[in-house]
Design a protein around this ligand. Structure first.
Ligand code: FAD
Ligand code: DLZ
Ligand code: SF4
Length: 516
């Protein structure tokens, strides 16, 4: 007896796009497999909002496919026979449907791709792993771009992306407005009187409520509370988030992109990363919407260019670096950082108001904006020499938009400089002065941002100079570090010694688990 040709199409939890390459040539007898599995829910201790988001968005996406007449084999987390691994579910489904082939879009994480390479033998049929063309720069295309270059700076990649995708170009195919980069306009502090608009919250429907109770029960020890979950879980909701951003926040995005304000982690940011990363939005449509707002006169160029740079530039570049450099990238620790992660990263219990603000937002919303991630929690980890594996695990666990392809180069590369300068030409190290300039945090902090050595001195000040001192030899040849190295050289020896003593006593107290 001969079986029909049944292709099993495996769709992962961050592949929820109707235009997905693995769904391109779907036949009437094909089956789509979607599987909720424990392995993916616990390979890091995800924030509960991340698990609710993925499982609810998967269930909604399965319903959309079924409405379109697609045969979906959906495996729930509490199914008794669930093997709790993607591989195990692929094996079971291939057997149950007599699959003659498996088709899947390449996953977002190296560990999953490595596992998929064993699927042909395990499942007893060929496995076609297709490129993920939701990204605008394929893995091979990035490799070609990188080949032979001495340095892989984002800026040049971004310009090529603008040109090749025809985004924000003028009539002569040059950059709109005559410049590629408007960053110098985008570093303002939010004035005290400006109140950013509220950001949309999406009330959970019956599907999401079911998932919330499942996740609340199974992952009670994970960070966050399911009760305040309000993220977009459908394409319609994701589009509503994008509409709201374009209508109410995009115009101010540029000016206050780097600003921080106590009690408001969202400010004028878009909040589209969770939807982009699980497939509810595509990067090109988001960039086109922003460009249209500029062409219609609804948003200025510095805002729109600044926003598009994040998506067409940084997001694609970061993903390119991940696949270019893995698996070795995951082991890099160029600055030899070995201090254990302090507990306040998980609890928010610290006297440093900037850290408490960033961690509290993270616990409450599974979100903090880019400058909080880079210049507060990331900067502290860099200055204090926290161990990159632990820092990576934290960033992977706490944010609803975290997947290794985007988390790892941002954390190990951009924030920690543990890649030795692949992503950034210099470390993003800053003292309290920067935080004070860009936020309203310091005024009510227990520490004094103007002091570096006293009992109440802002820890970021002593840690900053201690960091420069510890790595002075390494940075000696780096032009971009000339200023701080000169500052260190000019510092009176007694002051230098006092700063080092303050840094050491602060770190000792932190290591002992004292409230710092
Ligand atoms: P906006 O500020 O409105 O920016 C718009 C979009 O640009 C984002 O949605 C995102 O898709 C993209 N973007 C902006 N900056 C970056 C960047 N550096 N890398 C990649 N995409 C970018 N982003 C993630 O999506 N997942 C992560 O796990 C993640 N981890 C990070 C860890 C660290 C240490 C740092 C410094 C940054 C990290 N980022 C991560 C990048 C960035 O902070 C988030 O994308 C952003 O804060 C998401 O909020 P938003 O959608 O409001 O972004
Ligand atoms: C993040 C996540 C979670 C929490 N759960 C699942 C799941 O149960 N099933 C699934 O297919 N995907 C899940 N995901 C997303 C995967 O972790 C993601 O596809 C891989 O990390 C590759 O990017
Ligand atoms: Fe942070 Fe220092 Fe400002 Fe306090 S004084 S909020 S620790 S930068």
């Amino acid at each position: 007896m001969t079986h029909k040709r049944v292709v099993l199409r495996v769709v992962l939890g961050d592949q929820l796009s109707l235009g997905l390459s693995s769904l391109a040539d779907l036949g009437p007898d094909d089956v789509v497999l979607m599987a909720e599995v424990m392995d993916e829910c616990r390979y890091v201790p995800h924030h509960v909002h991340k698990i609710v988001l993925i499982l609810s968005a998967m269930r909604h996406f399965a319903a959309v496919l079924r409405d379109r007449g697609v045969r979906v084999d959906y495996r729930f987390l509490d199914d008794a026979e669930n093997t709790h691994s993607l591989r195990g579910e692929a094996i079971r489904a291939a057997a149950a449907h007599h699959a003659t082939e498996i088709v899947v879009t390449e996953p977002g994480e190296w560990r999953v791709l490595a596992d998929m390479r064993s699927w042909p033998e395990a499942c007893g049929c060929p496995v076609d792993i297709r490129g993920d063309d939701r990204f605008l720069c394929g893995i091979g295309a990035f490799r070609d771009w990188a080949a032979g270059r001495k340095s892989l700076r984002m800026e040049f990649f971004y310009r090529d992306m603008r040109r090749s995708h025809g985004v924000l170009l003028d009539a002569d195919d040059g950059p709109e407005g005559g410049q590629w980069n408007y960053d110098h306009d985008n570093r303002k502090k939010l004035p005290a009187g400006v109140v950013p608009p509220p950001t949309p919250r999406f009330a959970p429907d019956a599907i999401t409520r079911d998932v919330m109770s499942l996740v609340g029960g199974r992952f009670a020890d994970n960070i966050g509370r399911v009760e305040n979950f309000a993220l977009p879980v459908t394409r319609e909701q994701a589009l509503a988030m994008l509409d709201d951003f374009v209508a109410h926040r995009l115009a101010c995005f540029g000016d206050w992109q780097d600003s921080m304000k106590a009690g408001d982690p969202h400010l004028f940011h878009s909040l589209v990363s969770t939807s982009l990363n699980c497939g509810l939005l595509t990067p090109l449509e988001v960039c086109r919407r922003a460009e249209a707002a500029y062409r219609d006169g609804a948003a200025p160029l510095n805002a729109v260019e600044g926003f598009i740079r994040q998506i067409l530039g940084w997001r694609e570049y970061i993903r390119g670096i991940y696949w270019l450099k893995m698996p070795a990238y995951r082991q890099l620790n160029a600055l030899g950082a070995y201090r254990k992660l302090p507990w306040f990263y998980w609890s928010g219990e610290t006297r440093m108001r900037c850290m408490a603000e960033a961690v509290d937002a993270t616990i409450t919303h599974a979100y903090a904006h880019h400058i909080q991630r880079l210049m507060i929690t990331g900067n502290f980890a860099l200055l204090a020499g926290l161990e990159p594996d632990a820092v990576d695990e934290w960033y992977m666990a706490v944010y609803a938009d975290a997947y290794e392809w985007v988390e790892l180069p941002n954390t190990r590369g951009m924030a920690l400089f543990a890649d030795g300068g692949i992503v950034g030409s210099k470390p993003y190290a800053a003292s309290g002065a920067y935080i004070n300039k860009m936020s309203d945090y310091c005024g009510k902090c227990r520490y004094d941002v103007k002091d570096a050595t006293g009992e109440k001195a802002c820890p970021f000040n002593a840690l900053y100079w201690d960091f420069i001192d510890r790595h002075a030899d390494r940075f000696a040849g780096n032009n971009r570090m000339a200023m701080p190295l000169m500052g260190l050289k000019k510092m009176a020896p007694e002051k230098r010694a006092a700063i080092k003593a303050r840094a050491a006593s602060f770190l000792d107290a932190m290591d002992r688990g004292e409230l710092v």
